[in-house]
Design a protein around this ligand. Structure first.
Ligand SMILES: C[S@@+](CC[C@H](N)C(=O)[O-])C[C@H]1O[C@@H](n2cnc3c(N)ncnc32)[C@H](O)[C@@H]1O
Length: 345
């Protein structure tokens, strides 16, 4: 079988392919990393037995089915519930802090059981090593480290004045939402607080993605156990019903949670078709696919949709460094930025 590495696509053919794909599909392929698109083209070339990019160009121009095959595998919908649980813990902390409610006064267990963590062994080993290191640190030194973390957190919260943009309502946008696990995770956190904190505001979640099939799956809200690998028992028991099938278990999200989300199929590089500004935007694991030249156009769309003092949460492997435009880093571990035109940040 042919190897991806053995195929070469010159610049001229690449540009012609991208242009043709854009005309045929309406998608803005020029936003994505060349490496990412090239890999997709090469793997399709192997599938249809083409050695020469120009032959593939002819093939894709004449075969409607090939356009569909190309696009189907183009988007990577990988996601799961409570992906990076510390990000969701921070979201909860931010909301409680804004309402002056102590964490101790609410029931919420976001951290997944260690036995459930996919890479449990690696994480457990890392924790052990950390414990060992902690023993090596003398007591006063450890005390200063704790104080340092505490002061950092305090500074972070003081900077954050999350005020609902509309009268007593928090607007959240999950973009991209893939098959729905991210917006449903946010809705679970919000619902869990709303049922326990008397003054908790109303909230609205809009969730969008370019992939038609992903959005349709999200609307159905039924998931296999793979999507549940990092969700705590607390949230799993509270918001899912389980059904046994011939292929394993199905987990259906509660109707109450579903009713809080408006799913939209759209290409974010072309803008956003809901009229809102948002207090919180989750934009996790999309930026990594975009190339440097086009990132600013995309970031402008996101920045314009945030209210002043609203927050942007990126994926853990994504960064705008200290700032981008009015977006300023306030939590480097969780890649959280605040939109602020003031100079204090
Ligand atoms: C890896 S998933 C991230 C899902 C989720 N945010 C998370 O963190 O688990 C990336 C998603 O980006 C979507 N996507 C790619 N290009 C897009 C675009 N131009 N507009 C909207 N969504 C896009 C893909 O369809 C895919 O579902």
């Amino acid at each position: 079988m042919k190897l991806i590495e053995s195929i070469h696509i010159d610049n001229f053919s690449y540009r012609r392919l991208i242009k043709l794909l854009k005309i045929k599909t309406g998608l803005n392929f020029e936003y994505y990393n060349k490496h990412f698109i090239e890999k997709r083209i090469k793997s399709r070339m192997i599938r249809v037995n083409c050695d020469d990019p120009e032959d593939y160009l002819k093939h894709i121009s004449s075969q409607k089915e090939e356009i569909k095959n190309f696009v189907d595998g183009f988007t990577i919908n990988y996601t799961f519930f409570i992906r990076d649980y510390d990000v969701f813990e921070t979201l909860q902390d931010i909301l409680l802090h804004g309402l002056n409610v102590s964490k101790k006064d609410v029931d919420s267990d976001i951290k997944p059981d260690p036995s459930k963590l996919a890479n449990f062994r690696t994480k457990a080993n890392a924790a052990k090593n950390l414990k060992k290191k902690a023993h090596l640190i003398s007591k006063p030194e450890k005390y200063y480290i704790d104080i340092f973390i505490f002061l950092n957190q305090l500074a972070f919260y003081k900077k954050l004045k999350l005020v609902p943009s509309e009268k007593n309502s928090i607007n959240i946008w999950s973009c991209p939402c893939a098959t729905g696990e991210e917006p449903y995770s946010i809705a679970m956190i919000m619902d869990n607080l709303k049922t326990q904190v008397p003054r908790f505001p109303k909230y609205r979640i809009v969730a969008s993605d370019i992939a038609h099939e992903a959005i349709e799956k999200a609307k159905i809200g039924i998931y296999t156990n793979d999507a549940m690998k990092e969700i705590s028992d607390y949230y799993e028991n509270k918001y899912f019903t389980k059904q046994k099938t011939n292929f394993g278990h199905n987990n259906s999200i509660s109707e109450r949670i579903k009713s809080n989300i408006d799913f939209v199929e759209e290409d974010v590089t072309k803008g956003h078709n809901r009229p809102y500004k948002y207090d919180i935007i989750f934009c996790r694991y999309l930026l990594i696919y975009f190339n440097r030249e086009n990132r600013p156009k995309f970031l402008k769309i996101i920045e314009n949709r945030l209210v002043e003092n609203g927050i942007l949460i990126l994926g853990k492997t994504e960064t705008l460094f200290d700032s981008w435009g009015s977006l300023k880093l306030i939590d480097s571990r969780n890649r959280i930025y605040i939109k602020s035109h003031s100079k204090i940040y």
